[in-house]
Design a protein around this ligand. Sequence first.
Ligand code: E4P
Length: 294
Amino acid sequence: MIKQKPSTKLLIDGGDPNETRRIRDLFGFVDGQTTNPSLVAKNPEIKQRIAASGKLSQDEEESEYKKIVQRISPLVGDAGVSIEVFSDLKTKAEEMASQGRNMFTWIPNAYIKYPCTHEGLRAASISVKERIRVNMTLCFSQEQAAAVYAATMGASEAVYVSPFIGRLDDIGVNGIELVKNINKMYERGDHHVHVLAASIRHTDHLLSSFALGAELATAPAKIFEEWAAQGYPLPDEKYVCKALDGKGKSLKPIEYKELNLDAPWERFELAHDLTTQGIKKFVADYESTLKRSA
Ligand code: E4P
């Protein structure tokens, strides 16, 4: 059991309720959960079902996803369960918002994940007006985070933005600095957007997120188990991420930008290669579970 809880809320990044239960037993609590199409495709029961009776229809896939989040929902605290809409690069905001409206009814503590794209932000601005909680995912730049802030201004429910640390590290850029820069930029704001550190690959990312004061962090169960095995260390604010790539080379720093959070959201530069690649990967993983339609 954790004796001293970090001030950062802890979320499990996964698609398997058994993992959530395992970490809840270990910690004594879990604040929330994030899911995505790749994680759902890896769910052991979905894999078994596909092995036994073939790929799923779209309706079956949706009903499996719903069952998974309904099993996770009562296991977690007030950071909720993030459910991702199925979108490719052509999906329009109205279609995403309509999926989000439906998914939001699945469980009482849902957050709807939309990508940090023009259409994803438009979907978020529709959803927040309907009091739907959103989690803006695949965030790779300070500009995207500024657009999230501006597009959801006036939201009466919580809004999350998920900077993806590990995927920036993968291209040689220090992902932790994106979290730091977004936190700094949001200090001047009204605090309606909460920073959820995501794509956490090792305990150094987790500890750095705590040290930077990220409000929430989502990590795979195995990272939390490693942190537990280390005795749940909590860093102070001077803790510095090692920021090295797999070969021990230093990661490139990200410069802080002065951005005006009151600007119309459409004016921010939203395009990012990693966001595009991330959407393509989610589509491929989702489709890997689907029957080909005749
Ligand atoms: C968060 O919501 C995402 O599901 C997740 O953190 C992605 O992590 P990855 O880059 O390891 O796939």
